[in-house]
Write a protein that binds this ligand. Structure first.
Ligand code: ATP
Ligand code: MG
Length: 409
């Protein structure tokens, strides 16, 4: 026998209860985002590498270490998407939608990052996300966050999660803050991790996002961005907090929320849980006013978030209970199949879940009904239907019309 094939490290099959939870997260997000007026977009899973390398930041972890990049047979550099925002902004431009604003986008699907696999961290993972493109007012930031909060509420996980917000300010604030960080971290340079020493040269703000224990101790005493905000940036942040309060979204401010990608300004936020160990961020996002321009489009401000479906699925208690099926069991060989097909078609026609047993004969059919935890079976014998209650064993003959009427709402 040839050796058994294995899934690629960091990938997993989503089957059974996992699949039900995954679908429940996506369906809940789709329903709630529609309430806020978002429409679903599907962009390609792979893009020209430049879509990501130009936008996420040449020194970001994602671009330097995590991208699945390869040359295709035509010699073009292709990258499996590591996140959704860059593709949505690329699509906004290439579909000529930059003059038709606002655009309110919901997306969901697989993302790919070459990371060390562990609980809640995979190489193929899945996200739900929203982007609100056009408005530059803090009302948009609050609306996007409130929509995320509502999804977490509907999934029943809001109680485990806390919203942390921060502001990165505008360009002026960022430049001032950056200078202050360089000064501070240069004073601690010899104690920083090797990676953060490089960050200090290339992108000092990222040190705030370091996951290294030693770095985190130093970061505790780093200057916070608040002192370096311009008046305009402070007013924006103030207004965001007022709007979040009006939407009824609880939050704490946290100066260490900086996000891993280069394109953010003003608002940065994360919904964090303590229930998943180190992989505690379930939903994260911010404002990215320069991104569309950076990709060669006009200036279109934007704000959005993405959430990891695997991490949300782990918090969801149980998926919405599937309606149990009625199992229709044709007797072996007496032509009952035709009657079974008629019964299944009539039930499904009224949105009643019905399955025909493929097992041979009554006994095996009932075993299958038991495995599916069905409450009802319909035994088909010599063209007649017998409805059997599988909980108490009671059974009686029924006409097809009565069977359908009985299970219709
Ligand atoms: P982390 O700090 O955990 O690496 P991140 O800042 O890289 O997260 P984002 O790029 O903001 O994450 O992605 C948004 C969300 O997607 C994260 O909050 C998380 O829930 C999920 N996510 C990110 N990377 C992974 C992964 N490798 N496996 C599973 N989920 C992930
Ligand atoms: Mg990451």
């Amino acid at each position: 026998m040839p050796p058994q094939l294995q899934p690629v490290r960091g990938t997993r099959d989503i089957i059974g209860e996992d699949a039900a939870r995954h679908a429940y997260v996506v369906e809940t997000a789709r329903r709630v985002t529609a309430l806020y007026g978002f429409s679903e977009w599907q962009t390609p899973i792979f893009e020209d590498t430049k879509v990501f390398s130009r936008t996420l930041g040449e020194t970001s972890d994602v671009v330097t270490k995590e991208m699945y990049t390869f040359e295709d047979r035509g010699g073009d550099s292709i990258t499996l998407r590591p996140e959704g925002t860059a593709g949505v902004c690329r699509a906004l431009i290439t579909n000529g939608l930059t003059q038709t604003l606002p655009q309110k986008v919901f997306y969901q699907g697989p993302m790919f990052r070459y990371e060390r696999p562990q609980k809640g961290r995979y190489r193929q993972f899945h996200q739900i996300g929203v982007e609100l493109l056009g408005p530059s007012t803090p009302l948009a930031d609050a609306e996007v966050i409130a929509c995320g909060w509502k999804i977490l509420g509907e999934l029943g996980v809001a109680k485990d999660v806390m919203l942390n917000i921060n502001t990165l300010g505008d360009k002026e604030s960022r430049d001032n803050y950056r200078a202050a960080l360089v000064e501070f971290f240069t004073g601690h340079a010899e104690s920083l991790s090797a990676e953060s020493k490089i960050r200090l040269e290339k992108n000092p703000m990222r040190i705030l996002d370091s996951k290294d224990e030693g770095d985190r101790k130093i970061v505790e005493n780093a200057p916070s961005s608040a002192a370096y905000l311009s008046a305009a940036a402070s007013a924006f942040y103030e207004k965001l907090q007022q709007n979040l309060a009006s939407f009824g979204v609880p939050f704490v401010t946290n100066p260490n929320i900086v996000r891993g990608l280069d394109y953010y300004n003003h608002t940065a936020f994360e919904f964090v849980t303590t229930a998943l160990g180190a992989q505690g961020t379930v939903m994260a996002g911010g404002r990215y006013d320069g991104l569309v321009e950076q990709m060669g489009g006009p200036k279109v401000p934007g704000v959005g978030w993405a959430a990891g479906i695997e991490r949300l699925s782990m918090l969801v208690e149980t998926a919405a209970s599937e309606r149990a099926s009625i199992i229709i069991i044709p007797e072996k060989g007496d032509g009952s199949e035709t009657t079974a097909i008629e019964a299944a078609t009539a039930l499904r026609g009224q949105d009643i879940k019905a399955e025909i047993s493929f097992q041979s004969g009554m006994k095996n059919g009932l075993k299958y009904a038991n495995r599916m935890s069905a409450t009802w079976a319909v035994l088909v014998q010599e063209g007649s239907l017998i409805l059997k209650n599988l909980e108490d064993g009671a059974q009686s003959e029924v006409a097809l019309d009565d069977l359908v009427a009985r299970f219709s709402k």
